[in-house]
Design a protein around this ligand. Structure first.
Ligand code: TPP
Ligand code: MG
Length: 675
């Protein structure tokens, strides 16, 4: 507690020094030292702890190096995140402080996942997470508690109830009922204590850890405390008038350090001994500040370490060994089963994974083969469970998550974009996680069951996004995605599930970084994504009969985008069409056209064209759907428009051959080759 107080006082004193060398927001925990100290006394370095925006105390009490934290506040290369995170992003892998982040609620499911990984391995470790009273209002906390209770996960949820979220008191944010009652209703064992009495905190944590370590399920601690300084910054903000009169002074009298010193004196510890502890730590802390200030700022490494280093795989399947003609969905299932066999820690989880429909057949029989611990259904909690899988991944349990519609991933966007995508860059700990998700079209699914969001995920640095088209790629890229130490969004188009291909029997991996030339041609380049590759090939086959040679590139990967074959092709053809399954504005077409204009402008004979969905939600009625989706006819039409005066082609004759026959809600042709 003394160390924490001295560090916080040291920060407050130096915060604005020398033209503000500490260039990051600081949420000091002055006054709340007893919660961190009392809790961490029961955690060993192999138990994981996660913190919040106000995590200095959590970090230090868990055993994090003061210098690593202080240097991080100064943005120095000796900081725990090498100056990439500042005060709100702290980590100490050695001490088992697995991470603090400032989005309220984000670390709660991570702790559940970390504890779950320990439980799955049976290594006896537990995990704990701190959060504020404000976090109790976040849905992800409830999703996390529900899952922890369901699986009896050895995790301890610790609420530092300081009665305020920024300037808003609890009573203006939550109804008049005890927070702990909600935790109890979730099925947790509930403890509460005066958070400014370190012995009381120590005692409830002792009871909680005893229970959790005994495998009796998760626990919840509500610790009542108070921050003595402003919400964010080094000052006292009592003058703002948001706190009740006298509240601050009352809590100052309950200062955990003074109370403990008095208690120690009562037990016969001389004041001189207490002073000695202070003096010794004061020196250490002063030395850490001096060192941190003197250390160097990091060099600009242009985002190095965004991704953990992944193995390098070939861009094509093996040509030796036995192959069979199977469907894309069978290939996916086979890839998953082989990955499960090769990685005993791998599990697959998602709504409906083991149910009779088995995710369009792609998980059929996996539970019988690998057991219910490794093939699991999950609660309807996309964000929370994504966080759980990230936390598990951080602690050595990798997973394949399945979301039957990409639309549901909006709910998990926080964990994917704010946590998974940033973790390695900040904390140098890989997040091996595959998120399988589905796009599609038709069947009256409408605006919230038929979106195509690859560009949205592709926009986020730190996520890999792949869209295999062939059965061979589906299997090879699935196995590669599992082996990749980074989060991979694996997007399957429903209409590709029935595509067949000659798939090798053995396990093999295919690069997650390469586009693929599918068909050569010299007149027009078509760069296509997912099912639009099929449409482009159909258009190309028909156009060939009229002497138009279309070069088709299956982009395969959205992030990292492989522009090499596109640029090479455009240098030859001078004409580019991008065909995407998503919305046109800010879509993949916009990105590819921009890069081609930047890098091969002088080779372009015509302005590039992009096709995608019109910029409005997917309608339901067949008559509305009719003009919504681009297809082979649209591709052919645009290819012709790119040719000089249409090359005198009989446009209507060509287009009528490609025109959709019958119901637009089903694929217009089974496509089995030339894959
Ligand atoms: C999801 C989210 N919403 C809002 C914020 C802005 N914010 C930062 S700290 C904070 C207060 C949180 O209160 P509490 O959880 O009680 O923690 P305390 O600051 O009291 O320690 C808020 C609202 C945020 N960081 N994350
Ligand atoms: Mg609070």
């Amino acid at each position: 507690m003394v160390l924490i107080r001295l560090v916080e006082d040291g920060i407050a004193k130096r915060y604005r020094e020398d033209g503000q060398l500490m260039r990051c927001p600081v949420h000091l925990c002055t006054g709340q030292e007893a919660t961190a100290a009392g809790v961490c006394a029961h955690l060993s370095p192999t138990d994981g702890l996660f913190g919040t925006h106000r995590a200095h105390g959590h970090f230090l009490a868990k055993g994090g190096e003061p210098l690593a934290m202080i240097a991080e506040l100064y943005g120095k290369s000796s900081g725990c995140c090498q100056g990439r995170g500042g005060s709100m992003h702290l980590v100490s892998h050695e001490a088992g402080f697995l991470g603090a982040t400032p989005i309220v609620g984000d670390t709660v499911p991570l702790a559940v996942g970390a504890a779950w990984a320990g439980q799955r391995k049976g290594d006896g470790s537990i995990a704990a997470v701190f959060f504020g009273d404000g976090c109790f209002e976040e849905g992800v906390l409830h999703e996390s508690m529900n899952f922890a209770a369901l699986k009896k996960i050895p995790v301890i949820f610790i609420c530092e109830n300081n009665n305020y979220s920024v300037y808003t008191p609890l009573k203006e944010r939550q109804p008049d009922r005890p927070i702990r009652g909600i935790a109890e209703a979730h099925g947790l064992a509930v403890y509460q204590a005066d958070g400014n009495d370190v012995e009381a905190v120590w005692e409830v944590m002792r009871q909680a850890t005893h229970r959790v370590r005994a495998g009796e399920g998760p626990a919840f601690l509500e610790l009542f405390t108070f921050r003595l300084l402003e919400h964010c910054g080094p000052d006292d903000d009592d003058g703002l008038g948001y706190r009740a009169a006298g509240e601050l002074n009352d809590w100052k009298k309950r200062c955990p350090l003074q109370r403990t010193a008095a208690r120690l004196r009562g037990l016969g510890v001389p004041q001189a001994t207490i002073d000695e502890v202070h003096a010794e730590l004061e020196q250490d802390v002063a030395a850490a500040f001096a060192q941190a200030k003197a250390d160097s700022l990091p060099e600009n490494t242009a985002g190095a370490g965004l991704f953990a280093a992944a193995p390098v795989w070939p861009a094509t399947p093996p040509t030796t060994g036995k192959t069979r003609h199977i469907t894309y969905s069978q290939a996916i299932r086979e890839g998953i089963a082989q990955a499960m066999t090769q990685n005993p820690d791998l599990f697959i989880i998602g709504e409906g994974v083991p149910d009779p429909k088995a995710i369009f057949g792609t998980t059929q029989g996996l539970q019988e083969e690998f057991g219910p611990q490794r093939v699991l259904d999950m609660p309807l909690a996309e964000n929370g469970l994504t966080g759980v899988c990230i936390g598990a991944a951080l602690c050595g349990a990798r997973s394949i998550m399945v979301h039957q519609r990409i639309d549901f991933l909006y709910l998990a966007l926080d964990q994917l974009a704010n946590v998974a995508a940033k973790w390695h860059y900040l904390f140098h700990r890989p997040v091996p996680l595959v998120v399988r998700t589905f796009i599609g079209r038709g069947w009256g699914q409408g605006p919230q069951h038929a979106q195509s969001l690859q560009a949205l995920f592709g926009h986020i640095p730190g996520l890999k996004v792949v869209m295999p088209v062939t059965a061979q790629d589906a299997k090879g890229m699935m196995l590669a995605a599992v082996d990749d130490p980074n989060p991979v969004i694996f997007v399957e188009h429903r209409w590709l599930h029935t595509v067949t291909g000659n798939v090798p029997e053995e396990p093999y991996r295919i690069s997650l970084a390469h586009a693929r030339l599918v068909r050569s041609g010299k007149h027009v380049t078509v760069a296509a994504f997912s099912h639009m590759v099929v449409e482009a090939l159909r258009a190309a086959e028909t156009l060939e009969k009229y002497g138009v040679e279309v070069e088709v590139i299956d982009m395969r990967v959205v992030q990292p985008l492989d522009m090499k074959p596109v640029l090479k092709s455009v240098r030859k053809t001078g004409r580019l069409l991008v065909a995407d399954t998503g919305w046109t504005t800010c879509g993949m077409g916009a990105e590819i056209v921009a890069q081609v204009v930047e890098k091969a402008y002088s080779k372009l004979k015509r302005a590039p064209v992009r096709i995608g969905l019109p910029d409005y939600p997917t309608p339901t009625a067949p008559s509305l759907v009719h003009d919504y989706y681009p297809d082979a006819e649209t591709v052919a039409q645009q290819v012709i428009s790119l040719l000089k005066r249409g090359a005198g082609l009989p446009v209507e004759e060509i287009l009528s051959q490609l025109r959709w026959q019958g119901n637009r809600d089903v694929p217009n042709a089974r496509f089995t080759g030339p894959f």
